[in-house]
Design a protein around this ligand. Sequence first.
Ligand SMILES: *Cc1c(COP(=O)(O)O)cnc(C)c1O
Length: 411
Amino acid sequence: MTNRPVVVSTEPIDVERARAETPGCAEVAHFNNAGASLMPRPVVDAVVGHLELESKVGGYEAAGLAADRIDRVYGAAADLLGCAPDEIAVVENATRAWDMAFYSLPFGPGDRILTARAEYASNVIAFLQLARRHGVSVEVVPDDETGQLSVAALRDLIDDRVKLIAVTHVPTNGGLVNPAAAIGAVAGEAGIPYLLDACQSVGQMPVDVAAIGCDMLSATGRKFLRGPRGTGLLYVRRTLAETLEPPFLDLDSARWIAADRYEIVPGAHRFETWEGNVAAKIGLGVAIDYALGWGLEAIRDRVVGLAESLRAGLAALPGVAVHDLGRERSAIVSFTVGRATPVEVRRQLATQAINVSVSSRSSTRFDMEARGLEAVVRASVHYYNDKAEIERMLAAVARLARARPAGCPPR
Ligand SMILES: *Cc1c(COP(=O)(O)O)cnc(C)c1O
């Protein structure tokens, strides 16, 4: 099982099969894939099956029996991201993955961190903490005229005090895809470490660390990868990992080799902790293999097509504004409906078995403030969504847009 060849499909998605293998498709039109996707049957079975096994033979004994399946998560993640298995750490979420890389990097007074306008709140909070502790300066690279990070502006900001380029590939709050590979080229040329938050891109499009040229990358299991909650991935290039001392260590990421000495283990394993949710970890490996089975190109083609048709349908509705930026677009569609608050829109759609989410200013403050947005409705598609669900969603939003807000007199 460990060295199973990867079957990379080049077929378009068989939507009927995808839906048949997704129990949730019978229950709800799920447009909250950027929050947490519906898990496919093989992932649910793997997680539940391992919990059953633990209940029968004991947790340590079950892990022993499932050693190949546990190991496969590293191979699967390596196949997915185009790296080696020992460059992958499996942790409990993308934030902790990102933190383990970020807080391992050495910073001193006067060092500069360059980031993008779409950066995620948790990452910026970490920047601000280091700014306060170590006198680091945090600078936001301006966007270009399409709303993606301006690579020319990034290049102009580079000097030898820049110690990190950390950007979000696909933001949490809209359809933008930042030019990750062009940023990688600038970082590589200047020899500056490059940390990519790929939480929203991994699983919905091909993401290859060599093609992008990033040194570190974080992702989560439950979003477009369709894995279980409480799982995250960190990639760190081997030669960089060997130079980094993680902010926390335990008896698995390091060895206590003499009364007064420890030694950090090789590779990305140093960013993990010993204890974890084994069933979820196995489920993540199965989810990655399931995605590889469909093929990331096929997944991207399908989600981009669905998202574009949703965007076009929403933009054509009177009173509805679509807010997505960028030259290249993802599976995430952001919009507002007249004077209805996004929370109210989410509530109304939920009563019709349509799941969307709300992205508020505090998740992506640099971007939302710059655009004067308080909150947006976020509808994120996956390849198992179908045309009928999109029509149902558009009809429901059209009814909301026509409805007068409570307390407003007729015009
Ligand atoms: C969701 C998200 C994260 C955090 O992922 P967790 O798994 O919840 O820690 C980080 N960055 C972006 C862009 C996200 O959308």
